[in-house]
Design a protein around this ligand. Structure first.
Ligand SMILES: Cc1ncc(COP(=O)(O)O)c(C=O)c1O
Length: 361
C-alpha cells in the first residue's frame, strides 16, 4: 500500500498514533457494559465543547454522509419545504437529497467560488417560508467558509422550525457555536479536523428538532430518534463501534487539551501562510475573495499549462498527496487540506515546496 510522507488531502486526514492505538483494545459489547455509556457521555460532552452546544447527540457508526441523510430523513416528510443554501457541491447536493425524500426544495444559488449573501437568503426565507434551511459551513470542494451564524439569525427571525448545518469540515478547525447560532442539526464527521478514522457520523440535535423528529418518527436505518434517550436507557442502536468511539475520545481530548483558541489559531495561521505562498508562486486561489477562504482547506486553480492528473502525478512522485475537487470543479481545482493533524506548518511547507517544483514548466 502506498502511503505518502506529506498527506495534504482535505479528509481523510492523517490519523495520529494515539488515536490509532485506541483501536487495539478488544472492547466488549456496548449493550452490556456500562463503561460504553460512560464513554459516550464523555465524548458527547467533549464534542459539545467543540461545537458550542449542550444538545444531545446521535453518534452513529458510518461516515459523514450518514449524518447528512439521517438528519434529513428524520425531519422531512414529502411536501415539506426546504430552502437549500447552495454555494458548492455539498450545499447543492443536500438540496437534491431533500428532493429525493419528496421535499419541495428551493435553492438560493451562489457561484461555487462565492459564499452565501445573507440578504439573498433572507429574501428567499421571506418568500418561501421553509420548514428547514440547510447550509454548509465549510464547502470543502470550494475551500470556502459560509456565514452560518448570520443565516442562523435569519432562521430565528423568521421562525423557521429547523436549521441544518453541515459542519463536517469546519468543526474542530474553526469556531462553531451551534447553540448561539441556533443550529438545530449540527452535522460532523470524524475524518476531517478531528483527525480520526471515517467511521462515525455525529448530529447534535436541538430540543425543538427532537420534537419534530419524534413526530416524523422515521423508522429507517439512518434514523436519529433511537438516539434521543439512548444514554439514559443505555441502549444504543444497533451494534455501536466501541473502538471508533474510544478513538474519537482520544481525538476530542487532543483538541481540548491543546485549547480551542490555540487550535483555531493554528488553522488560521497555516491557512494564511498557505495562501501567501501560493500567490508568491503565481497560483490563483479558487475563491473569488480571500475573505471567503476556509482556514481548513485551500482550493487552488490548476495552472493552465498542466492537467490535474499530471500535477497530481508530479506531487506524488515527490511524496506529497493533495486533493482534486468534485462535481463541476473536477480537473479545474485542486485542494490543500490543512485541517486537524495536517494544520501543521512544517508539513504544509514541505507540500508547498514540492508544489513549487511540480508546477515548473
Ligand atoms: C462538507 C462535507 N460534507 C459532507 C461530507 C461527507 O462526508 P463523508 O465523506 O465522511 O461521507 C464531506 C466529505 O468530504 C464534506 O466535505
Amino acid at each position: 500500500m502506498i502511503t505518502y510522507e506529506v498527506p495534504l488531502v482535505p479528509g481523510p486526514t492523517r490519523v495520529p498514533q494515539a488515536v490509532r492505538e485506541a483501536y487495539l483494545t478488544d472492547y466488549g459489547s456496548a449493550d452490556l457494559e456500562p463503561e460504553y455509556s460512560a464513554e459516550y457521555a464523555r465524548v458527547q460532552a467533549g464534542l459539545g465543547a467543540i461545537l458550542g452546544t449542550a444538545n444531545k447527540m446521535a453518534i452513529m457508526t458510518g461516515e459523514g454522509m450518514l449524518a447528512l441523510w439521517g438528519a434529513l430523513k428524520s425531519c422531512i416528510v414529502p411536501g415539506d419545504r426546504v430552502l437549500a443554501v447552495s454555494t458548492g457541491v455539498f450545499g447543492h447536493g443536500i438540496g437534491e437529497m431533500a428532493e429525493q425524500i419528496g421535499a419541495q426544495v428551493r435553492y438560493v444559488e451562489f457561484g461555487y467560488d462565492h459564499i452565501a449573501d445573507p440578504d439573498e437568503v433572507e429574501k428567499a426565507i421571506r418568500q418561501f417560508r421553509p420548514k428547514m434551511v440547510t447550509a454548509v459551513h465549510c464547502e470543502t470542494p470550494s475551500g470556502t467558509l459560509n456565514p452560518v451564524a448570520e443565516i442562523g439569525m435569519l432562521v430565528r427571525k423568521y421562525e423557521v422550525p429547523l436549521y441544518y448545518v453541515d459542519a463536517v469540515s469546519s468543526a474542530a478547525g474553526v469556531p462553531v457555536r451551534a447553540d448561539d447560532w441556533g443550529i438545530d442539526l449540527c452535522l460532523v464527521g470524524t475524518q476531517k479536523a478531528l483527525s480520526a478514522f471515517p467511521d462515525l457520523a455525529i448530529v447534535a440535535v436541538s430540543e425543538r428538532a427532537w420534537e419534530i423528529i419524534a413526530q416524523v418518527n422515521y423508522p429507517g436505518y439512518a434514523a436519529l430518534l433511537p438516539f434521543r434517550d439512548a444514554l439514559e436507557r443505555r441502549w444504543f442502536p444497533y451494534t455501536p463501534s466501541w473502538a471508533s468511539l474510544a478513538a474519537l475520545h482520544v481525538a476530542v481530548k487532543a483538541v481540548l487539551n491543546e485549547g480551542l483558541e490555540n487550535v483555531f489559531n493554528r488553522h488560521r495561521t497555516v491557512a494564511q501562510a498557505t495562501r501567501d505562498r501560493l500567490r508568491a508562486m503565481g497560483l490563483e486561489l479558487f475563491p473569488a475573495d480571500e475573505a471567503a477562504c476556509s482556514p481548513t482547506v485551500t482550493a487552488v486553480k490548476v495552472p493552465s499549462h498542466l492537467t490535474w492528473q499530471e500535477l497530481d502525478r508530479r506531487l506524488r512522485e515527490r511524496g506529497v498527496v493533495m486533493g482534486g475537487s468534485l462535481g463541476p470543479l473536477e480537473g479545474k481545482v485542486f485542494r490543500i487540506g490543512h485541517m486537524g493533524s495536517q494544520a501543521d506548518m512544517a508539513l504544509v511547507e514541505r507540500g508547498l515546496e514540492a508544489l513549487r517544483e511540480a508546477i515548473r514548466k
